[in-house]
Write a protein that binds this ligand. Structure first.
Ligand code: 16G
Ligand code: ZN
Length: 509
């Protein structure tokens, strides 16, 4: 099934899937009369796995109908492939004489080169024209597709153009950081032994001295995602191997295709502190909200989270920051869609995937402030900061490189240490467990996966368990990427969160 992560499994069984996704991308391009992207990666999965995902014209994920076609094509017997293609062509009334353009990118897995070759062959066998970007991060490929289809309005569709746009905006932002010491300009980065490390190396010359990155797990001797990377750090709640963590020092980890980032540090007692997607969303949305106030702009802004967002983050955003908070189902496309409904939508999954979306009308208002002879200096400064914030952000999808530059700029401008950022609110202790059941699909959820509709009685049981603890919350949902049911619990103490998660798993079982 083409799931939330596209197709993803052991690389050995994927070549026909890759070829067929080349075919499908070509059809999608003919249908939309635009360039489509195909990314070969399995993100944070082990090196032995691989996967593929299609990118729609504006850099978004493909629509549910086309996800369905992807599943049909992938499962067709060889003899039925032609019929399956003809079926899609007929249903979508595709004009086969229309030109097709497909951009292809891949991560650093050893299987990725030949698998992306299979995609390219799929494209050419339907007469599509392709451009092979070779090794790129997932968000870079999304960016290229968007640049191409907006005819350069979003930027230049080259990796060099991407670095230039982001780094120029970053350098303009950082000029607003007065008294930033060399110490504060230093960041330790765990590249998960993947593509992100390679691309940060490429980008470094564009950053000048404004950000000094010590790169660990750069792929020179370690294995991809093995005991390192954003997913490892988030799930294990400990630093990656291969990175020397000095007390108080700001560190971050990318995942295997550089679309997720988490920050962390260890305190003077050696205790590990994680700053996940919720902390990142809080930092970014607070910064933007302050600038909007300074600029005198009244726009409708929201932070979009999932059920996994720590209860403390939601409470802080709603009660202290007075920001609208929306909750959606897990999966980037769900968050992205809700964020699009606002003038400014900041979305992050707790796992560190997220970005900021801004409407054209906000961008115009900001430009007007900058151009207007009547704006006072404070307003102009705020408007310029907002404009450079927009330019450092990759609005097409969550992007570890872009998020890192934005976070580093915000911390520098605010003169904030990682400890001060962490202290904005205190996470509620929480626990995640997975439960293996005969059929995970018997669990049906509602209210952005926060409540179970079936099996009968399950939600009542969860409610009764939650009542026993203070500040508690728990939910269960079938995973979209693994054959398990996920259990989440949070409460006032770690012992209570652990106990609640355990009791809820028994109720699922
Ligand atoms: C996929 C999603 C990610 C989500 C995760 C949940 C995208 C690009 N990725 O990796 O956002 O957090 O699935 O996995 O949408 P789960 O359903 O197994 O918990
Ligand atoms: Zn990823």
């Amino acid at each position: 099934q083409y799931g939330t992560a596209g197709f993803r499994t052991n690389a050995k069984v994927l070549d026909h899937i890759m070829f067929r996704m080349g075919l499908l991308a070509t059809l999608r391009s003919k249908k939309t009369k635009a360039t489509i992207g195909v990314m070969v990666t399995a993100s944070h999965n082990p090196e032995e796995d691989n996967g593929v995902k299609l990118v729609d014209p504006m850099g978004e994920m493909v629509t549910p109908t086309w996800e369905g076609y992807a599943t049909q094509l992938a499962n067709a017997e060889d003899d039925d492939l032609l019929m399956a293609l003809k079926d899609i062509i007929a249903k979508e009334e595709i004009n086969m004489s229309q030109e097709a353009h497909v951009f292809v990118g891949r991560d650093t897995r050893s299987s990725s080169a030949s698998l992306s070759q299979a995609v390219l062959e799929g494209v050419s066998s339907l007469g599509g024209l392709n451009k092979d970007y070779g090794l790129v991060t997932t968000p870079q490929l999304h960016y290229m597709v968007c640049c191409q289809n907006t005819r350069g309005k979003y930027g230049e569709a080259t990796v060099e153009g991407y670095y230039k746009k982001l780094c120029q905006a970053f350098i303009k932002l950082i000029k607003n950081a007065s008294n930033c010491t060399d110490d504060q300009k230093h960041l330790s980065l765990d590249g998960a032994n993947g593509i992100g490390a390679l691309k940060v190396r490429e980008m470094e010359s564009h950053l000048g001295k404004e950000l000094q990155i010590s790169l660990y797990n750069d792929g020179s001797n370690g294995k991809l995602n093995y005991q390192c990377g954003a997913d490892f750090v988030k799930v294990q709640q400990k630093p990656p191997t291969g990175l020397e963590i000095k007390p108080g020092e700001r560190c971050c980890s990318f995942d295997g295709d550089a679309d997720r980032i988490v920050y962390y540090y260890s305190d003077s007692e050696g205790k590990f502190h994680l700053l996940d997607g919720d902390k990142i969303a809080t930092l970014i949305s607070t910064f933007i909200k302050e600038l909007l106030t300074q600029a005198g702009l009244n726009v409708n802004m929201a932070v979009v989270q999932t059920a996994y967002a720590n209860g403390s983050s939601t409470r802080y955003l709603e009660e202290t920051m007075k920001v609208t908070v929306k909750c959606t189902k897990t999966g980037v496309k769900h968050l992205h869609h809700v964020a699009q409904e606002f003038d400014i939508g900041v979305y992050f999954e707790a796992n560190g995937h997220g970005t900021v979306l801004l409407s054209k009308s906000v961008e115009d208002k900001i430009q007007q402030l900058i151009d207007s002879p009547n704006s006072d200096d404070e307003k102009k400064r705020a408007a310029l900061l907002l404009q450079n914030t927009i330019n450092v952000v990759n609005q097409t999808v969550g992007d570890a490189i872009s998020d890192m530059l934005l976070i580093e700029a915000i911390l520098a401008i605010k003169g904030m240490t990682v400890q001060q950022w962490d202290a904005i609110y205190t996470d509620l202790p929480n626990r995640q467990l997975k439960v293996k059941v005969a059929d995970r699909r018997v669990i049906d959820t509602t209210d952005a996966e926060r409540r179970a509709l079936s099996p009968a009685g399950l939600q009542d049981a969860i409610d009764a368990l939650v009542k026993k603890y203070s500040l508690a919350r728990s939910f269960v949902r079938p995973s979209g990427t693994e054959d398990v049911v996920r259990v989440y619990a949070e409460a006032d103490t770690q012992e209570s969160a652990d106990a609640l998660a355990h009791e809820v798993s028994l109720a699922v079982y």
